[in-house]
Write a protein that binds this ligand. Structure first.
Ligand SMILES: Cc1cc2nc3c(=O)[nH]c(=O)nc-3n(C[C@H](O)[C@H](O)[C@H](O)COP(=O)(O)O)c2cc1C
Length: 354
């Protein structure tokens, strides 16, 4: 592969070498078995899509059945899942990519079909206004501590399964974000109200995951993904999330990942003329910043040089697993050209999302 961009070169992350800075963005392919075990389709999807990236982030593995975001999600909620996860990690690593498992709790953004009957839970009983969701039960303080334990246990299983790291899913309106947002967190105890109280749960999760990650015998990456802000009036503000990013930066995290619709997006709250990406880059300093959202081709990659360290690519890589090397052929050609290798077959379920 020609090396025109800084992302083409090997990168180092928490003592781990990556062959380049392109990452398969976390994607729920909804192809796991009903029990949450890794399926052949999961392995097939990642075998094809890990061929050229530095990191392949497996999307939304739930830490407890009540935290499953959709049917067909991968489970990391019990020890029986370790052998399937091991097979998936080995498949990804066999293609030369680092295998990262994104770990999630859906909170209120799910329903009892997706959770296989487990209760839907949330910081407060505030039902989501979109999606197929059930009315959530308010978590007790004991339950909150149990979920922290579940994130820790999930990390331990990811280590045992041979993954190179985990990404804490604090984005896309799932449980960690629900604790941050004044719209979904109406608690009056130590987990709600002030910003200092709303950051408590996400920070406890991050600290537990980092503590457990010390058990790994080899370098093990811990990333954190967040959505920069909520667009609803009185929703989670970018200021609050910048404060969270600052607190996370003080931990020994490996990277912070921004889940965006457009990598150039501006803050909804017009606090400055800086882009969202630039604001977070300013706060995290030397902590590697991963950026996602509408990265399509060479022009985008060029723009991101110097203001992002890792690029998470979703739809373009779904369409074309050879996207990183095709970047260098894209001048004068369609940037989302679909390779022949890809057309050999992709789990059909992915088309539901395109
Ligand atoms: C089919 C599909 C599934 C996704 N699943 C997840 C997920 O499990 N976890 C997550 O953090 N983001 C998920 N996303 C968001 C992507 O990681 C990414 O941020 C988004 O697609 C924007 O990047 P893109 O414009 O390159 O596609 C999903 C996106 C798609 C299209």
């Amino acid at each position: 592969m020609a090396k025109n961009f800084e992302f083409d070169h090997p990168q180092r992350l928490s003592g781990m070498q990556l062959r380049n800075g392109y990452c398969l963005a976390p994607l729920s392919t909804r192809t796991a078995r009903f029990s949450g075990e890794v399926s052949r389709d999961d392995c097939y999807f990642h075998e094809i899509h890990a061929k050229q990236v530095g990191m392949d982030i497996v999307g939304s593995a739930y830490v407890h059945p009540s935290g499953s975001t959709v049917t067909g999600s991968i489970s990391v909620a019990d020890d029986q899942k370790i052998s399937g996860l091991h097979h998936l990690a080995k498949t990804i690593q066999g293609q030369g990519a680092r295998a990262i498992l994104q770990i999630v709790h859906a909170g209120r953004m799910t329903n009892r079909i997706a959770t296989n009957g487990a209760p839907v839970v949330a910081p407060s009983t505030v039902t989501a206004t979109h999606g197929k969701v059930d009315v959530p039960m308010t978590l007790s303080v004991d339950d909150i501590y149990k979920i922290v334990d579940q994130f820790g246990a999930a990390t331990q299983r990811a280590i045992l399964a041979g993954f190179d790291g985990v990404e804490i899913h604090g984005a896309n309106s799932f449980l960690l974000q629900q604790f941050m947002s004044p719209l979904t967190n109406k608690r009056t105890d130590q987990f709600g109200g002030s910003l200092a109280n709303r950051v408590r749960f996400p920070l406890m999760v991050a600290k537990r995951v980092l503590n457990v990650s010390q058990q790994a015998q080899q370098p093990f990456v811990v990333g954190y993904r967040l959505s920069p802000e909520e667009i609803e009036p009185h929703g989670l503000s970018i200021i609050d999330n910048l404060a969270l990013a600052q607190l996370l930066t003080a931990l020994p995290l490996s990277y912070l990942s921004l889940s965006m619709r457009d990598y150039n997006q501006m803050p909804v709250t017009q606090i400055t003329d800086k882009s969202v990406r630039a604001l977070f880059k300013g706060v995290v300093g030397n902590l590697p910043l991963m950026v996602a959202g509408g990265i399509k081709g060479a022009t985008d990659v060029c723009q991101l040089e110097g203001s992002a360290d890792l690029l998470a690519i979703g739809q373009q890589l779904i369409l074309n697993p050879s996207w990183p090397s095709d970047l260098h052929r894209s001048k004068g050609q369609p940037e989302n050209e679909i390779s022949d290798a890809w057309q050999a077959g992709l789990p059909q379920s992915i088309f539901r999302y395109l």
